[in-house]
Write a protein that binds this ligand. Structure first.
Ligand code: ADP
Ligand code: ADP
Length: 228
């Protein structure tokens, strides 16, 4: 479902953020992308969302060759993907309901459809009672859950997250990861970039490690898991 073949991404100025990366992420899988700051995690996610384009190699998502995708197709392609950010990027002057409704309004859904879907998404993240609140009135963990509701409201086949627990304490971080696991359990493919190794090691998912833009074969995490 997500396939990278010998992908290199070189930014203007010549820096190679990714070098010869090949990987497959299956439909319905949940994986972590880890590695130090600057390893290329965000670049990898930006290639999958088609914000960036590979310099060399192929990126294929849901059977579509992203390198060859025409500009006009990109907005439709992005509806297949939900994106969660570290700082959640909520609109502070809109209610929780309106923040979550945003992707549906962009997609031109009917008012009735929006009501039903936003409530379903808020219910899934446990925030149905907060729909009339403004983000400022919520805790950091709740704000991140609003960001997750917004990412899944379109029922994307793929959910991507870039350091989704970066601003949260360990307890809230675990809650947020468990929420991703729940969406994965009902069939969504989930890809999470995170350097929270302690948290990742306790979860039973594949870990892809990047180091200076390259895939690391056997992850250092295996030794963390096995207590070495
Ligand atoms: P990570 O998410 O693992 O911290 P990034 O993918 O953000 O890593 O960055 C990988 C490398 O690419 C870093 O060295 C970073 O400085 C560089 N980089 C990221 N974005 C750009 C850009 N727009 N232009 C130039 N270099 C970039
Ligand atoms: P539909 O009428 O499209 O089948 P449902 O009534 O089954 O919709 O579900 C409504 C809502 O479920 C979606 O609009 C969305 O908010 C939420 N949802 C989001 N992501 C998922 C997911 N991965 N699996 C199940 N439900 C999801």
């Amino acid at each position: 479902m997500i396939v990278l073949e010998q992908v290199t991404k070189r930014y203007d100025g010549g820096h190679e953020a990714l070098r010869g990366v090949s990987l497959h992420i299956e439909k319905g899988e949940m994986v972590f992308i880890t590695g130090h700051s600057g390893a290329g995690k965000s670049t990898l996610l930006r290639l999958i969302t088609r914000i960036d384009v590979a310099t060399n190699g192929q990126v294929r998502v849901n059977g579509q060759m992203l390198n060859r995708m025409r500009k006009g197709q990109i907005p439709f392609y992005r509806r297949e993907i939900g994106m969660v950010f570290q700082n959640h990027q909520l609109l502070m002057d809109r209610t929780v309901f309106e923040n979550v409704a945003m992707p549906l309004r962009v997609a031109g859904c009917t008012t009735q459809d929006i009501q039903r879907r936003v409530r379903a998404a808020l219910d899934k993240v446990g925030l149905l009672k907060r729909e009339k609140y403004y983000p400022m009135m919520l805790s950091g963990g709740e704000q991140q859950r609003v960001g997750i509701a917004r990412a899944v409201v379109n029922k994307p086949t793929i959910l991507l997250a870039d350091e989704p627990t970066g601003n949260l304490d360990p307890l809230l971080s675990r809650d947020v990861m468990n929420l991703f696991a729940e969406f994965n359990r009902v069939g969504t493919t989930v890809v999470i970039a995170s350097h929270d190794l302690g948290l990742i090691a306790r979860m039973p998912y594949r870990v892809i490690t990047l180091r200076e833009g390259q895939l690391v074969k056997s992850s250092a995490l295996e030794s963390v898991r096995h207590g070495a």
